[in-house]
Structures are given as structure tokens and as C-alpha cells.
Design a protein around this ligand. Structure first.
Ligand code: PLP
Length: 411
């Protein structure tokens, strides 16, 4: 496919590192526009996983034998790499999890134990279900109060309403950095600063920002930050929870088991230090190691130029979609990442998605795990296209042609 983008990244070089992009789907060249659901994996990550199982596999933190020590070193080096990429104060603030959902559940369970009846937690109306349901479970368990910041029609968060909800009872504000269904970037610096003024801690759901924004935890000053490996060129089943050590240290363990203990007896069990206190049982070892490799891949990119490229794709696609009269785009903020949610007249999103798939275009349709947003707009769902660094304007042209053809068939 011809590369016609303006940004100074070599898209074809990047594409050549992602083997799946040469796949045919339903006899057509794959056009993968479902990057907000999961990113594709570069060869260096795939090779790392294969190589690990062929040559390095052993359990970690346990054996005296060489393989076990090498695996332990590789796993801990991945932790260090991620810690320095995010600019954490200490490697021990980086907890390996199964992903974003697991990270939020860990905080709800453990930080949640420190809360008392009447304490308040604030989330927003644009959260992923994984940043809603764990707090609802905590609400019934600990008799805390969950409050929801509304959004404007544009999809942007209502900051005035947020300030009104904040008070000295607010113990945690848990908010997504970027909306997975609308692509809107939240003003998290302001949200973090205002929350801290009333003494509330802040959890940032970084599932959609880690791959699009440069994260500096010292600059952000959030108390917790969670993301999934699979959305940032890494494998599924692994993710990261960052927490400030002074908080993680006073939080009780989430799960009990091997590795998280210092000493076990039937009289008294004591717990391991951070990060191991929160990593019970044999972890996803190869996942952690390969997630480190995913950050090597990111380091090999010109990140700023990749951002320019993704924004060019966004503007290019928006312009083409806006030219189709029956199309309505949801989430119209200027402050967006490369995600577009839209509907076509009253055609069901699922029907469009099915016809696009027949033409080799992978998009997401439905509520995107954000049913409250769909209720807000009074729609059953949307069609969502989400672009990554390896996508091209040429692919957008083919997608728009396939979309027009689908609209013709369905109208
Ligand atoms: C994908 C996503 C999640 C959930 O991530 P999992 O990998 O399924 O645990 C949470 N929040 C946002 C904003 C997401 O995009």
C-alpha cells in the first residue's frame, strides 16, 4: 500500500515489523482498525516469546539453578525497563498484573479495605466497565458512596460538576486518561491537582493512553496508574499497576499465595516487600518479559512523530467520514486521540461491521464496554475505528470505499 502520510516516520518500515499485517481476511488485504481493542504485535515481541519457551523457560524467584536465575533476571529487568520508561521513583512501585481490569480490581479490593462507610469515590460517565463494576462491588461491601461525573454532549467531562462532587469525604478519584469508545483525552493534570487539594488519591486508567501519550509519572503525580500490555504491542494476560510506594506499603495484600510472603506459619504469616507483596503465585513470566520487549520496540520509534502520524490519520478519516451526509460522529472534542466512534443513519452498527469484515476491514461495533455512554447518547452502540502507528491513509481510503459500499447495500 502506498504511504502518503506527511509525518516523518517510515510507515512501511514499521508495517514490515508486524507480520499479521500481510494477512488476508475474507480474501482481502487485512485493514486492522481495531487497535483500541488490542494492538498487533511486532516481530521482536513474538520472537521473544518463542525464544523464551525454546531456550529460557523456568520458574522465577525460586530456583538456585541457572535457568531459573536467568528467567528471574529477565523478568526483573523488564520491570526496571517499564519503571524507567514511566519514570516511577522505584522499580518496586511497578506491580505486574493480568491487565487493566486486574489492576483496578486489585486497588478496589486492597485500597478499598482502608475505606470506611460514608467515604466517597468519584468516577466519570465515560469509564470502561472495568472502572465501574469493581467500585459498585466495593460500594455494597464497604458501604462507601460512588459518585459519577457527567459528560457534555461533546463527550468531554463536565469539570464544573467534577469540582462540585469533590469534598473532604472523597478518598479516590478513578478516571480514564483517554476514553476507549470516544477517543477523548481527559484533562487529567487538572483532575489530579484538584483531587489532591481535598486529599483524595487518584487512579488513572491508562489502557488507552500508554500507547498514544508519553507518560511521566513524576510529572503526572497520580497515585495509581494501570494499563494492559496487549494494547501497547505486548502480549495478552499481562499488565502493570503503578502505585506510590507509601500507599502500596500500607495497603493489605490482594491475593495470598507463593512469592507474596516473607514467612508462613499457622501462628503468624508475614508478607514480602514490594512489589512481591502484590504478586501472589507464579506470574505470567514470559508475558512480563515480552512486555519489556514491547517497550524496547517503543524506544526504537520516534514517539513524537508517531503521534503526529496518528493524528494525521484521525483528521484524514474524520474529514472523509464527515463528507458522508448520514454519518454522525460521537465525541467531537478537539482533544482526541486516533479513535472515531460513529453511526450511519439508523443502520445497526453490527450490520456495517459485518459488511466491512467481508471486505477485509476489522472495526469494532457495539457498546465497547461503556454502556453508560451509549445510554447517554441513547444509541445501542457505535462503529469504532481506531488507528495505530502502522496504519496508513491508503487504508483509510479503502475503508471509506468499503463503508460507502456497505451503506449502499443496507440503505
Ligand atoms: C481495554 C480497556 C480496559 C480493560 O482492559 P483489559 O485489558 O480488558 O483488562 C479498561 N479501560 C480502558 C479505557 C480500556 O480501553
Amino acid at each position: 500500500m502506498k504511504d502518503t502520510t506527511q509525518s516523518r516516520i517510515a510507515v512501511q518500515d514499521i508495517r514490515s515489523q508486524f507480520p499479521i499485517l500481510t494477512q488476508k481476511v475474507n480474501g482481502r488485504d487485512l485493514i486492522y482498525f481495531d487497535n483500541a481493542a488490542t494492538s498487533q504485535k511486532p516481530l521482536i515481541v513474538i520472537d521473544k516469546i518463542k525464544n523464551y519457551y525454546e531456550k529460557e523457560n523456568a520458574n522465577i524467584h525460586r530456583g538456585v539453578h541457572s535457568l531459573s536465575q536467568e528467567a528471574t533476571t529477565a523478568y526483573e529487568q523488564a520491570r526496571q525497563k517499564i519503571s524507567s520508561y514511566l519514570n516511577a521513583k522505584s522499580d518496586s512501585e511497578i506491580i505486574f498484573t493480568k491487565g487493566t481490569t486486574d489492576g483496578i480490581n486489585l486497588i478496589a479490593s486492597s485500597f478499598g479495605e482502608l475505606l470506611s462507610p460514608g467515604d466517597e469515590i468519584i468516577i466519570s460517565a465515560m469509564e470502561h466497565h472495568s472502572n465501574i463494576v469493581p467500585w459498585q462491588l466495593l460500594e455494597s461491601r464497604k458501604k462507601i458512596k460512588l459518585k459519577v461525573v457527567p459528560i457534555h454532549k461533546s463527550g468531554e467531562i463536565d469539570l464544573n460538576a467534577f469540582e462540585k462532587l469533590l469534598n473532604e469525604k472523597t478518598k479516590l478519584v478513578s478516571i480514564t486518561h483517554i476514553s476507549n469508545s470516544l477517543g477523548i483525552i481527559n484533562p487529567i493534570n487538572e483532575i489530579i491537582r484538584k483531587s489532591h487539594l481535598v486529599g483524595a488519591k487518584v487512579l488513572i486508567d491508562g489502557a488507552q493512553s500508554i500507547q498514544h501519550e508519553k507518560i511521566d509519572l513524576q510529572e503526572l503525580n497520580c497515585d495509581f496508574f494501570v494499563f494492559s500490555g496487549h494494547k501497547v504491542y505486548g502480549p495478552t494476560g499481562v499488565g502493570v499497576l503503578y502505585g506510590k510506594s507509601e500507599l502500596l506499603n500500607i495497603m493489605p495484600p490482594y491475593q495470598g499465595g507463593g512469592d507474596m510472603i516473607e514467612k508462613v506459619s499457622f501462628e503468624k504469616t508475614t508478607f514480602n516487600v514490594l512489589p512481591f507483596k502484590f504478586e501472589a503465585g507464579t506470574p505470567n513470566i514470559v508475558g512480563g518479559i515480552a512486555l519489556g520487549t514491547a517497550f524496547d520496540f517503543i524506544d526504537s520509534l520516534n514517539f513524537e512523530q508517531c503521534q503526529v502520524h496518528e493524528l494525521e490519520l484521525l483528521r484524514y478519516a474524520e474529514a472523509q467520514l464527515n463528507a458522508i451526509p448520514t454519518i454522525k460522529i460521537f465525541g467531537t472534542s478537539k482533544n482526541k486521540t486516533s479513535v472515531i466512534s460513529f453511526n450511519v443513519g439508523d443502520i445497526h452498527p453490527f450490520d456495517i461491521g459485518t459488511l466491512l469484515d467481508k471486505q477485509g476491514v476489522a472495526v469494532r461495533t457495539g457498546h465497547h464496554c461503556t454502556q453508560p455512554i451509549m445510554d447517554f447518547y441513547q444509541i445501542p452502540g457505535t462503529i469504532r475505528v481506531s488507528f495505530s502507528i502502522y496504519n496508513t491513509k491508503g487504508e483509510i481510503d479503502l475503508f471509506v470505499a468499503a463503508l460507502n459500499k456497505s451503506i449502499q447495500i443496507l440503505s
